[in-house]
Write a protein of this length. Structure first.
Length: 165
């Protein structure tokens, strides 16, 4: 079955797959090509298929590292709240804004460090690593409203970026 025949068979679904790519960058390039050629891209979607969660381990999480992460987060949060209190003059105007921010950062660092220590201790050693999670797709499909699918296929074919069916 050719791509055009497959598109004709799939029209009842509302949106039709007009091309499939291995990377998001290729799919993005195809939609950009459609846009550059005056195609109504608001009738287009990029769908990731075969999604999987990939968790990249970034390092070992020790008790002291957990405390350090908590302290940094707490210091930033404390400084932000202190800045807000000083900016809106919610505390006595005799305290300078900079001093208030330093006190807020210091208190936040101590509190955040303690919370980081406690949080890590409560895991009981079940998660002694840090990581970053991301979704990855096996392939990316360009979906177009059925009424405009033939035009999208023609434009992608002309541009030499038709993708696989």
């Amino acid at each position: 079955m050719t791509q055009t025949e497959w598109v004709a068979d799939s029209r009842a679904a509302g949106q039709v797959v007009v091309a499939t790519y291995d990377t998001y960058a290729e799919a993005e390039r195809a939609v950009d090509h459609l846009s550059d050629n005056g195609f109504p891209v608001e009738r287009t979607a990029i769908a990731g298929r075969g999604l999987s969660l990939v968790e990249q381990v970034t390092g070992r999480m020790t008790t002291w590292r957990a405390a350090a992460h908590g302290a940094v987060s707490g210091a930033l949060l404390g400084a932000l709240f202190a800045w807000l209190f000083g900016f809106f003059n919610w505390v006595t105007p005799l305290i300078s804004l900079l001093l208030l921010i330093l006190y807020g950062a210091g208190f936040g660092a101590v509190a955040g460090g303690l919370f980081g220590l406690a949080g890590h201790a409560l895991t009981g050693g079940r998660r002694d690593f840090s990581s970053v999670s991301a979704m990855q797709a096996d392939r990316y499909q360009i979906l177009v409203d059925a009424a405009a699918a033939d035009e999208a296929i023609r434009l992608l074919d002309e541009g030499g970026i038709a993708g696989r069916a």
